[in-house]
Design a protein around this ligand. Structure first.
Ligand code: B4P
Length: 194
């Protein structure tokens, strides 16, 4: 199964991708996680991405497309994968098409999680508070101020992907306002019907 999880920051893409990994035994490719790992390791990519991510902007298409193209060619992706947080721009969506064509494969579904803006900021603030209470590191981009920028970047660059995939006929829209378990059940129902 080859799947894209689409949605605004905090919509639950990472949360649901982790559950799909358990159920279907396929790989989760989170560009957010890959970029955070590069920042933590201090690689050249990490050094370029750090300030951009902390400001809530999108890392360049060039960097992100390269990371995904390299990762998707690894053997564990042959059985399928979940793209979590990628693509986030039309140029990245075109890059996914090229990657699929090169491998003679196609995407099975694009699952969009729809959540309203107030709920999104509430989730991000809660994640930061929970991390602080547990003595864990708080993500630098999990503040209301940076979240505003992340949302702005989403509406400018990522929201147009809904129309892009709708036109291709493989967009599945899910109510992401429901509980985590309910969202999982809805996604599973959509995937079973494929
Ligand atoms: P990401 O790591 O993708 O961060 P995200 O959008 O906040 O994550 P997600 O939607 O997965 O939310 P989550 O499940 O964690 O990106 C971070 C940054 O990396 C970007 O701003 C950008 O700078 C850079 N980047 C990443 N990919 C890029 C790309 N392709 N191109 C350019 N730049 C890129 O859920 C959030 C919280 O909500 C959690 O605490 C969770 O427990 C809670 N939650 C989830 N579902 C819920 C539900 N149904 N009800 C209540 N709470 C819920």
């Amino acid at each position: 199964m080859r799947l894209i999880l689409l949605g605004p920051p905090g919509a639950g893409k990472g949360t649901q991708a982790a559950r799909l990994v358990e159920t279907y035994g396929i790989v989760q490719l989170s560009t957010g996680d890959m970029l955070r790992a590069a920042v933590a390791a201090g690689t050249e990519t990490g050094l370029k991405a750090k300030a951009v991510m902390e400001a809530g902007d999108l890392v360049s298409d060039e960097i992100v497309n390269q990371i995904v193209s390299d990762r998707i060619s690894e053997p564990d992706c042959a059985r399928g994968f979940i793209l979590d947080g990628y693509p986030r721009t039309l140029a990245q969506a075109d890059a996914v098409e090229e990657m699929m064509q090169r491998k003679g494969r196609r995407l099975d579904a694009v699952v969009e999680l729809v959540v309203d803006d107030r709920a999104l900021v509430g989730r991000i603030v809660k994640r930061a508070e929970d991390a602080k209470a547990a003595g864990q590191p708080v993500r630098k981009d999990d503040t209301p101020e940076v979240f505003d920028e992340r949302l702005r970047a989403y509406y400018k660059s990522t929201a147009p992907l809904t129309g892009y995939y709708y036109a291709k006929g493989n967009l599945k829209t899910i109510d992401g306002m429901a509980s985590i378990d309910e969202v999982t059940a809805e996604i599973n129902a959509v995937l079973k019907a494929l």
